[in-house]
Each structure stands twice: as C-alpha cells, then as structure tokens.
Ligand binder design. Structure first.
Ligand code: NDP
Length: 279
C-alpha cells in the first residue's frame, strides 16, 4: 500500500509539489500518494491532526504555515530550530518531527546548478517571512560575507537577525535604509510582494557590478524583481524553480532515505515556465 504525503498551504492549488513528488516516486520506484491540502491558518492545526489520523506519513508546509508548523512539532532538526520555521514534517512516535529543507535547496541550486560561488558575497535578503527564515542559516553556513536583512515589518527582520546571532556579520535594517547600504554581490527577494503586483522600492545602487539576483518565487511572481535586476545590470538572474525542486528532493530523502535525481524534473518544469521566466 502506498504511503500518504501532502503539502499544506493557503492557497495551495498552484503548488508544483504533488507533481514533483510523483515524478520522484516513479523515478525511485517508491509508491506514494501526495495531495495538496488547502487550510486557512485557523484550520491548519486541525487539518494536520486529521491528516495524521488518516495515516499521513509526511507533509510539506508552505505559505503561510511554516512558523505555525514549527510550533506544532514534537522535535525539530537544528536547521529548523535556527530558522524558527519548518517546511517538512515527518510522523514519528512522538508526533511531528520538523525539518527545514528550503535553505539546503537554495544553496544546492545556486552552487551546483548555477555554479555560483557564495563565499564572501555581500548579501541582501529582502523579506523575513518563512522563506527568508529558511534560507538565511544556510546562506551563512555556505560562507556568504555580510548578510543584510530588510523587511516591510522591521520587527520581523530584527527577530530573524536575533535568531541567527553573529551580530558582526548579520544586520537588520529598514527598507528606508536601502539607499545608504551600498551595493551587494547577491540580492535575494524572499517577499511575496509580487503576488499583490507590487515590489518594495529598490534603488539601483544596491546592484554591484556582476551581481546575481535571485527571486525565491517562480513563474510570473518572479518577473518584477528579476526584470528590475536585469534592467539595472545584474549579470545573472535566478528564479526559485530550482530551489523548489531541490528542497523537494531533500524532503523526499528525509521521508524515504533515497535522494532522487533532480535534473529531469527541473528541466521539465523550466521548459513549461520558460515563457514566463527571464533567467
Ligand atoms: P510569508 O508570508 O511567510 O512572508 C512574506 C514576506 O513577504 C514577508 O517578509 C512580508 O513582509 C513580505 N511582503 C509581503 N508583501 C509585501 C509587500 N507588498 N511589500 C514588501 N514586503 C512584502 O511567505 P514566505 O516567506 O513563505 O514566501 C515568500 C516567497 O518565497 C513567496 O513568493 C513564495 O512563493 C517563495 N518561496 C519559494 C520557495 C521555493 O522553493 N522556491 C520556498 C518557499 C517560499 P511582512 O513581514 O512585512 O509582512
């Protein structure tokens, strides 16, 4: 009998995770069912309980539930603790075990697929929600230089910088401080601003010569930030599709003990989004 997995989000209809995990299952010969479950923040804890009762063995968690899921875990990995957010849940005897594979997924995509050397890069992370929390510890572990975090709600940037520690290396700033921050080798948009059709105001001075700009979202949502970066001289622009595939592979490995190959599913999704993606 196949095991039951799911992705929880709100909305979640757009999620590519069911398709990605079905492909991984076929590739590795592992039988699984993987569903998308839409739950509002109010519904999420009960929906997760019902999923466990129905035999759910593991789940991904996406916007806006990553911090709520962290709070519902009996145990978490060290990287999830440092993020204060989980994107992967595995059922254990104690309850839910939480992990966060977003950061490992992003770093793997940038360093292996895009051959980008993260070491000593002066880095700007825009956003302090679940995705930013997931990727920040991995960026530090991968050796980026100074990391500046800015967020529309400054308290969330402060909270993230506090969790990360390393005050000589990690700095929380206001969006209004951006013009005074100088230029960055690596800029990451980890906001969901484009879903509302708007980008926070970003000065051109942020882009160092030959910089790389990354939007954690993909498809249409990635276009405003990546088009802005490209129009203002970024050498390389990368959307979040590769990160999505790589974080899914990390989750799959946690659940099934086998790491699937990712190039095939990445190429297939990339081709489908090619008309939308500027990278
Ligand atoms: P959250 O809801 O947890 O956080 C949203 C973030 O966006 C917050 O920092 C929020 O600021 C900011 N924001 C929202 N609207 C605006 C706006 N109009 N102007 C400025 N800032 C804004 O979402 P996630 O962190 O989970 O997701 C963020 C993005 O990352 C999404 O596009 C998501 O699709 C993508 N993502 C991609 C993944 C991948 O694998 N490729 C994995 C995870 C996420 P504030 O705190 O002020 O509300």
């Amino acid at each position: 009998m196949s095991s039951l997995y799911a992705v929880f989000g709100h909305p979640v209809g757009h999620s590519l995770s069911p398709r990605i995990h079905a492909t991984f299952g076929r590739q590795t010969g592992i039988a699984l069912r993987y569903e998308a479950i839409d739950a509002t923040p109010e519904e999420f804890p009960r929906a997760l309980d019902a999923f466990a009762t129905a035999g759910g063995a593991g789940a991904n968690v996406t916007l806006p539930h990553k911090q709520a899921a962290y709070a519902l875990c009996a145990t978490v990995t060290e990287r999830a603790r440092r993020a204060g957010a989980v994107n992967t849940l595995a059922r254990s005897a104690e309850g839910w075990h939480g992990d966060n594979t977003d950061g490992a997924g992003l770093v793997r995509d940038l360093t292996e697929r895009h051959r980008f050397d993260l070491r000593q890069r002066r880095t700007l992370l825009i956003g302090a929600g679940g995705a930013a929390r997931g990727v920040a510890p991995s960026l530090l572990d991968a050796g980026v230089g100074e990391l500046y975090i800015v967020n529309r709600t400054p308290e969330r940037a402060d909270a993230l910088a506090d969790i990360l520690g390393q005050p000589a290396r990690v700095h929380a700033r206001y969006l209004s401080d951006l013009p005074a921050l100088g230029s960055f080798d690596l800029l990451l948009n980890a906001t969901s601003a484009a879903r509302g059709g708007s980008l926070p105001p970003l000065p051109m001075s942020l882009l160092a010569p030959r910089c790389t700009a990354v939007d954690l979202s993909y498809g249409e949502a990635a276009i405003p930030f990546l088009a802005w970066a490209r129009a203002n001289g970024a050498q390389q622009v990368v959307d979040g599709l590769g990160m999505l595939v790589e974080q899914a592979a990390e989750s799959f490995a946690l659940w099934h003990g086998v790491r699937p190959l990712t190039d095939e599913v990445y190429e297939e999704l990339h081709a489908r989004h090619a008309a939308l993606v500027t990278a």
